[in-house]
Design a protein around this ligand. Structure first.
Ligand code: DCP
Ligand code: CA
Ligand code: CA
Length: 369
């Protein structure tokens, strides 16, 4: 594979920074953006917090009540998430970022990969200047700071972006990859979660460098061929995943909180069907058809469960959607004994309606007259 230069741009404390942009007086205070579940006044989880609040140990995922404890007697601001507002800002920034890339891939509301190989002529000095320009333009035009990692592939760029936050710019040249990665804990690698981290620790592997030295055959024995090989390559900073342009959203989903935890299928479906209606109208709006349907269940202990089904042929039919959602919830309740606290539905494997029409037309040799 040809040498590449890839950037990962990640917006700093994104939701909280959007709130600061809307109301600059917040900047000096701890700002905590919350997903309120609506049960009691403080039930729910922290979505994110600004860096002032992080100093007190407040971070994504912790209960709101715990965040309040940590910020007791401090002039902190708690706000509900306003996803539509953040999405608007995100859309504008993504459009700006896209203009700096040979190839562009958005991977979340606040981050994107940019392949800049051609426009930097494979030169890291030019890439550094480009990254500085991007940071400057995002700040002056959209009033937000971001952190950028630059490296020979997505894996290295992603880790680099994370290493000096907020407002960071980290370059890792190909010859620096090994020394950059080797002291890091294995947890920094995409795909290494708590479980894998524990397993690796029992093998005496804590750092990426130790993982790189570990016998690949044994890794394969422990994790299977696919994952074992991936961990081995990742530890060496090897990653051939291209920066992939995506023109359509990956998925459309809706989730909502039930009035109380339940295993009652009728109650769950009552809520889930409303979510299906919402998703369906969004699909119609954007002229999208789907091939996969998933359901999500967030249990009382906040563990997340899901079930999916993929069809042979894409559809946009609402009845099929609801029927599949029903099947999946029935299946889930039969297989698990958790109580649902929140339920969600999602469609993915999306296509434009027109594209399918085109394919059919081409296939049968019809023309539209
Ligand atoms: N988010 C969330 N719940 C989580 C993690 C994230 O709702 N458990 C949302 C809020 C974040 C946004 O996604 O603002 C982006 O997530 P990041 O992981 O990039 O975190 P931040 O942008 O908040 O902080 P950082 O400065 O560390 O990137
Ligand atoms: Ca971020
Ligand atoms: Ca992110």
């Amino acid at each position: 594979m040809q040498a590449r230069i890839v950037m990962l741009v990640d917006l700093d404390y994104f939701y909280a920074q959007c709130e600061e942009r809307r109301n600059p007086a917040l900047k000096s205070k701890p700002v905590v953006v919350c997903v309120y579940s609506g049960r009691t006044e403080d039930s729910g989880a922290v979505s994110t917090a600004n860096y002032v609040a992080r100093k007190y140990g407040v971070k994504s995922g912790i209960p709101i009540s715990l965040a309040k404890k940590k910020l007791k007697d401090i002039d902190a601001v708690f706000l509900p998430v306003d996803k539509e507002f953040y999405k608007e800002i995100s859309d504008r920034i993504m459009e700006l970022l896209r203009s700096y890339a040979d190839r562009f891939e958005q991977v979340g509301i606040d981050e994107a990969y940019l392949d800049v190989t051609q426009r930097t002529k494979e030169n890291y000095h030019e890439a550094e200047e480009l990254a500085a320009t991007i940071k400057h333009d995002v700040l002056t035009q959209q009033k937000l700071t971001c952190s950028i990692g630059v490296g020979p592939n997505k894996l290295v760029a992603k880790i680099a972006s994370d290493i000096q936050k907020p407002d960071g710019l980290t370059l890792v040249r190909p010859e620096e990859v090994k020394s950059f990665l080797s002291p890091l804990p294995v947890r920094r690698l995409v795909g290494v979660g708590k479980k894998t981290e524990k397993k690796l620790e029992t093998l005496g592997v804590r750092t990426v460098g130790q993982l790189a030295m570990f016998d690949v055959q044994r890794l394969i024995e422990v994790f299977g061929r696919k994952l074992g090989t991936y961990f081995h390559n990742a530890s060496l900073g090897i990653d051939d995943e291209p920066v992939q342009e995506r023109s359509e959203p990956e998925s459309v989903s809706r989730i909502s909180t039930l009035k109380e935890d339940t295993r009652d299928l009728a109650v769950i479906l009552d809520e889930a069907y409303k979510l299906c209606d919402d998703v369906h109208s969004k699909l119609l709006q954007r002229r999208l058809i789907y091939r996969s349907v998933s359901i999500y269940i967030v249990a009382g202990d906040l563990s997340v469960h899901s079930r999916s089904k993929t069809f042979e042929n894409p559809t946009s039919d609402l009845e099929t959607f609801k029927k599949t959602v029903k099947e999946l919830f029935e299946k889930f309740l039969g297989e698990s004994d958790v109580e649902a606290r929140r339920v969600g539905v999602k469609v993915s494997n999306l296509n434009k309606k027109e594209e399918l029409q085109k394919q059919i037309t081409n296939f049968f040799g019809f023309s539209k007259h």
